[in-house]
Design a binder for this molecule. Structure first.
Ligand SMILES: CC(C)(COP(=O)(O)OP(=O)(O)OC[C@H]1O[C@@H](n2cnc3c(N)ncnc32)[C@H](O)[C@@H]1OP(=O)(O)O)[C@@H](O)C(=O)NCCC(=O)NCCS
Length: 162
């Protein structure tokens, strides 16, 4: 059983983080966006988007425009420590006073769906053939506005037993 504990700093995203965020996105997800899109929506996203930092290295991110979670990922070596949950919690805390928060997720991505459901998202509908490479339907998940979440900056995490 893995018992390693790491210190993680979850903070708001900065423009200079974007190349690293893009690189993690490309490594972890089939859904990638051109640089112009990441950069073009940065000002809209920066109040709601966070990175997780271990030492001086970004190991995960959530990119959100305040209503839609555009992308979230944690590097494989850092999954299972509670980082994805902390990123999403901070994101939802920043959106709490706004409208409902939505996201799309592959219907096959059971670990992400479990995370979102545990945070209060519900499946509102399904979009057929939403994803390509590989093809997959999407769940449209919605988190009601105003459900309280408390943001945390520094967390000490121990990896989930495998
Ligand atoms: C989804 C993702 C961001 C979760 O990040 P993470 O740091 O590993 O998640 P956490 O350690 O915070 O776990 C949070 C919850 O997710 C669920 N979960 C995460 N990994 C899981 C796994 N392998 N099996 C089952 N449930 C899992 C659990 O509900 C877990 O809560 P618990 O530990 O209290 O049981 C990460 O797996 C990832 O980057 N995946 C690839 C990219 C991706 O699929 N992004 C989502 C696109 S919609």
């Amino acid at each position: 059983m893995e018992t390693k504990t790491i210190k993680v700093n979850v903070r708001l995203i900065r423009l200079g983080d974007l190349p690293r965020v893009c690189a993690i996105n490309e490594e972890m997800l089939a859904e990638n966006y051109p640089w112009a899109i990441w950069k073009g929506i940065f000002d809209t996203c920066k109040p709601y988007s966070f990175v997780a930092v271990v030492g001086h290295t970004i190991v995960g991110y959530v990119y959100c425009d305040g209503e839609l979670v555009i992308s979230v990922a944690v590097l494989a070596a850092y999954q299972g420590y509670g980082i994805g949950r902390q990123l999403m919690t901070n994101c939802l805390a920043s959106c709490a006073m706004g409208k409902e928060t939505r996201l799309q997720v592959r219907t096959t991505n059971t670990s992400a769906i479990k995370l979102y459901e545990s945070l209060g998202f519900i499946i509102q509908g399904q979009i057929a053939d939403y994803y390509k490479n590989p093809e997959c339907d999407a769940h449209l998940m919605v988190h009601a506005a105003g459900q309280p979440h408390t943001a945390t900056a520094h967390i000490k995490c121990t990896r989930r037993a495998t």
